[in-house]
Design a protein around this ligand. Sequence first.
Ligand code: ADP
Ligand code: MG
Length: 268
Amino acid sequence: MICCDATTSIMLVLSVRQLTKSYRSGGEPISVLRGVDLDVSAGERVALTGESGSGKSTLLHLIAGLDASDGGDIVLDGASIGALDDAGRAAVRRERLGLVFQQFNLFGHLTAKENIAGPLRWVHGLGRFEAERRAAELLDRVGLSHRADALPRHLSGGQQQRVAIARALAPNPSVLLLDEPTSALDPELVNEVLEVIRRLAIDDGLTMIISTHQVRFADEVADRVAFLNGGVILEQGPAHEVLSSPRHPLTARFLSVMDAERSKDAVA
Ligand code: ADP
Ligand code: MG
């Protein structure tokens, strides 16, 4: 953690500067991120929201180093990681970032506890005892101590995602990145996962960036909301302010569509 903002003494953990990315599908390259700026302070929770295709996953993938940017920079814990090669980005990801995706990607042949303890041993070099102790602690934090010895196929989707969250947190990352962590779940399982994230955010003061369409959840959990549209952040600010009185008409339109969908779901 490095103090980068001398005027406010805010501890910036992550700073994204003028990040650009395009993909070539067939002919012309398509610009997916067109100059994104985002600062995240220690302990801050930022919700990324915006329509499908606005660039949320791409931004999280670039921060996670799963793909290289075309331009701009990403500074994590005071060090520029934007221009690292694949191996350098993988090392940063391993050591400093926790990732949670829509799909849980647990090892199917390993128990919940081993899904967490295994990577701590193989990747982070912990001894068996220490890795298992940490896995047990994390399972407790996501409310799954009683399912420690279950295989993923014997867990519900919500429980699997909670194991995936525990696994992401196990190495104590600087930033936890969550990409629509509940969008692959059946509706009745969404709340238990949101509740775990809410608890981790509020009780543990984790630094997190979460892409989500769950507007009410973002309002409750995020300090700040950033609204992406067409590869740029159109508007960002304190969560409640952006969500209750958006300044940009496109943010307002997005929020009213989300609101209408929520009412539809409530009636269905
Ligand atoms: P969101 O997560 O907000 O739905 P994405 O970041 O997934 O948006 O996608 C933004 C745009 O980038 C979309 O138009 C998508 O089709 C395109 N895109 C994302 N990844 C790739 C890729 N690997 N190759 C080509 N196009 C991609
Ligand atoms: Mg996405």
